[in-house]
Design a protein around this ligand. Structure first.
Ligand code: ZN
Length: 241
């Protein structure tokens, strides 16, 4: 069974649709897991939620989801993120707000613990280094950990270190050593690669694959300008930073 793992969609429906199309191009995707930050920053929060609901995606809560739902305040957000968060809340139905509010902050799925930030700080902690991966493994009984939040796509294997995908992605075997996987951000990559990022978890092959796909960045940027979202958030999509 192939499971699509997405994170940090950030209301970017162009990027999310490109990911769905790419992931399903050769083989069907049976399940969708989302590691949070469905909304915030981008122009199409409702469309992204509806696309996930349509596929019966299972999601955890990110800090932007929690902020839009009013569970946390905007004090820890920078000016542009807070601006976008207030705009996003106005675009959502009450059902959508309730859905975001009810999302769990942690979930166990097969060998994986799913958490937006890290087991130490589910909403806010940034997991980026090998040392932080070791700390994550120490805090969970699950063998492997799926995280988002940093908008950097990478894998960490116990005993080996942090691995970054090459031009054709990265394939990681499951069950050899403990893993931390970040599928990267669908809607606002920050690892200098503007393509939408995602992962496929194949439990028959016992592999996790990290992928990238181009999407119509300018269409998202036009939609953001049309609704008056901050220019700084629009321009960063071109560089993936
Ligand atoms: Zn995010």
């Amino acid at each position: 069974m192939r499971t699509l793992v997405v994170s940090d969609i950030h209301s970017n429906i162009e990027a999310l649709n490109a990911v769905f199309a790419d992931a399903e191009e050769h083989e069907p995707v049976e399940r969708v897991l989302c590691l949070g930050d469905i909304v915030g920053y981008g122009p199409a929060p409702m469309a992204c939620l509806e696309a996930l609901w349509e596929r019966h995606a299972v999601s955890i809560q990110g800090n932007h989801d929690a902020a839009v739902a009013g569970i946390i305040g905007l004090d820890d957000f920078n000016f542009y993120a807070a601006e976008a968060s207030r705009w996003t809340a106005q675009q959502l139905s009450s059902d959508a707000i309730q859905y975001l509010a009810d999302l769990p902050q942690e979930l166990v799925d097969d060998s994986f613990l799913l958490v937006h930030g890290s087991p130490k700080g589910p909403l806010w902690d940034y997991l980026i280094s090998y040392g932080q991966a070791v700390e994550a493994w120490e805090r969970t009984d699950s063998s492997d950990v799926l995280v988002g939040h940093t908008h950097f796509q990478f894998a960490v294997e116990a005993g080996r270190g942090v691995e970054h995908p090459g031009p054709n992605g990265l394939a990681m075997p499951l069950g050899h050593a403990r893993l931390v996987i970040n599928p990267g951000s669908v809607g606002q990559p920050r690892d200098s690669d503007p393509r939408a990022a995602y992962a496929i978890y194949d439990d028959d092959a016992r592999m996790v694959y990290l992928h990238r796909v181009w999407y119509d960045i300018s269409a998202t940027q036009r939609a953001m300008a049309d609704v008056g979202l901050p220019e700084a958030l629009i321009s960063r999509l071109s560089s993936g930073q």
